[in-house]
Design a protein around this ligand. Structure first.
Ligand code: ATP
Length: 512
């Protein structure tokens, strides 16, 4: 059943709460803006996504190792990285509504609306032309579509240029020229555009005199850069090699209204790949392709991903793009792939006075390596998986069911085991099955309500398999196993259950 995207997003948020995935932080005190807690199922799903990333990036790559650096870092780190001076977002306030916005996002949303018009034209044309419709041809030849496309590109180009030159007056001028209004109230009474630093400050030390100003890290990458030589030497790593890490990052985001898409405390999964200067173009292409494949492996639909090249390159990059995902509110950044040159290591050399170079045993030369970064938000990935999986289906008999079609490899609970009834020794058999399976899989037991209702409960929670123990089990040691997605049931001997479930959550099959 197709739902309006806004309704779908509301359902996602409500469902995440109802089924123990995500709760607002400190909810009994009315919550904390843009901060969320993961519940019993959410913590498992998040861990499974993290593991899926870690295994693909670290375990399956001989030349990539993982670390776990501290959140606190010496404050000079953030001078060297450029965050103290340049980690800003342009903000703008509406004088009437007193609401605050990111100026760049207002413009980007305007362009997204133009893109929406293109999609509408495509839909209309597809209907008109039927089978013979050639989308590629239509996109490149239809005059109206071309005009929309050029208009969007021109706007983004100008935005990129003015942000790059820190020409905030022009960003404001652009907002005025496009007649962009406050999305909430329609007012066009805007303040000037200002820069706002996103880092959270805190202090370390017990007395006022000895306390030192610190920042909560706004990205995990710097923990990798400052450990580059430690890892390279202790691991005898040869270029090209990578260092990966997952962990919390903190950003005082100006606007945070999209659930876990934009949080003030979030988790990143980053990998810095150290390479020889001059080889960055090849590695950039390599990692773009590799990361997209990883996303596709989860089966959320290849049409839901696209690359978006950056117009405005960050201070450290010579090429950068995002992998965007079709969230309930449209295509948005899920992961960034950045060619960071020798900016970070070079800058840490300057600020620390230490050499951060690699000695190439073949050429007998030392150099500061270049870096390719892949950086993905774990929470954003969670939202991508969760929002894509939540579906409202109409069944053949006309009834509807809510099903959370999580990829089995990521599902928090793999199996639910039910006794058909609460007597005749069936619960005992069910519990025995659980005791046997629980070493390999996350398993739950449920004996409440009719079996049909128990199935629906597990469908909505995302559990891929339900096993029912009935009276026949007592005679022949077989059970029914029911599949979440197809709702098909089959009868299997108890001792074949492990292999059946293991095959569905076999990492090799998923990642190959
Ligand atoms: P955006 O443009 O959306 O603010 P960004 O370009 O600043 O993101 P990066 O600095 O490239 O993001 O961070 C890498 C990844 O970290 C992003 O692709 C995203 O998945 C995740 N991320 C960044 N900021 C947040 C946030 N506030 N909440 C959740 N995830 C985030």
């Amino acid at each position: 059943m197709a739902q309006h995207p806004e309704d779908h997003f509301k359902n996602v948020i409500a469902h995440a709460k109802e089924y123990g995935y995500i709760f607002p932080s400190s909810e009994i005190y009315d919550g904390l803006s843009a901060v969320y807690d993961y519940g019993q199922n959410g913590a498992e799903l998040k861990k499974n996504i993290r593991d899926y990333w870690w295994k693909a990036m670290v375990q399956l790559n001989e030349n990539i190792v993982g670390i776990d650096a501290a959140i606190f870092m010496h404050p000079t780190t953030w001078k060297a990285s450029g965050h103290v001076d340049a980690f800003n977002d342009p903000l703008i306030d509406n004088k009437d509504s007193k609401k605050r916005y990111r100026a760049d996002v207002l413009v980007e949303d305007y362009v997204a609306k133009i893109e929406g018009k293109i999609e509408k034209e495509v839909e209309k044309a597809a209907k008109r032309f039927g089978e013979s419709f050639d989308k590629e041809q239509f996109l490149t030849t239809n005059a109206r579509v071309i005009e929309y496309k050029e208009r969007g590109e021109a706007i983004l180009k100008r935005l990129g240029k003015s942000l790059g030159n820190n020409d905030l007056a022009d960003v404001k001028a652009l907002i005025e020229e496009l007649e962009i209004a406050d999305p909430d109230t329609g007012s066009r009474n805007w303040t000037e555009v200002k820069q706002f630093n996103l880092m959270f400050g805190t202090k370390i030390g017990s007395t006022a005199e000895s306390a030192m100003d610190l920042y909560l890290r706004p990205e995990t990458a710097q923990g990798i850069f400052v450990n580059f030589l430690n890892v390279q030497k202790s691991g005898r790593m040869k270029i090209p090699f990578g260092i990966a890490q997952t962990g919390k990052a903190f950003r005082n985001e100006i606007v945070a209204r999209q659930f876990i898409f934009r949080m003030r405390e979030f988790e990143q999964m980053e990998m810095q790949f150290f390479i020889k200067p001059g080889t960055q173009k090849e590695w950039y292409e390599h990692w773009k392709e590799t990361r997209l494949k990883w996303h596709h492996s989860l089966g959320l639909g290849v049409e839901n991903y696209r690359f978006h090249d950056h117009e405005k390159l960050a201070h450290y990059a010579d090429a950068a793009c995002d992998i965007e995902f079709k969230f309930p509110f449209g295509f948005k950044e899920l992961e960034g792939i950045h060619s960071r040159t020798d900016f970070d290591l070079g800058s840490h050399e300057k600020f620390s006075g230490r050499k951060l170079q690699y000695f190439d045993p073949e050429t007998q030369e030392s150099y500061v390596p270049y870096v390719l970064e892949t950086s993905i938000g774990l929470d954003r990935m969670f939202l991508a998986v969760f929002s894509n999986s939540l579906q409202e289906e109409t069944l053949e008999d006309g009834s509807s069911r809510t099903v959370l079609r999580l990829p089995a490899i990521l599902a928090p609970v793999k199996v639910a085991v039910f006794p058909l009834v609460k007597k005749d020794g069936l619960p005992e058999v069910a519990k025995k099955i659980i005791d046997d399976l629980k070493f390999d899989f996350n398993v739950v037991y449920d004996e409440k309500d009719a079996v049909g209702r128990r199935y629906r409960r597990q469908d909505a929670a995302g559990t891929p398999f339900c096993i029912t123990v009935d009276h026949q089990t007592l005679e022949d040691q077989t059970v029914t196993i029911r599949h979440r997605d197809s709702m098909q049931q089959e009868r299997l001997p108890i001792d074949e259950l492990r292999a059946k479930i293991a095959a569905a959550v076999d990492l090799k099959t998923w990642l190959k």
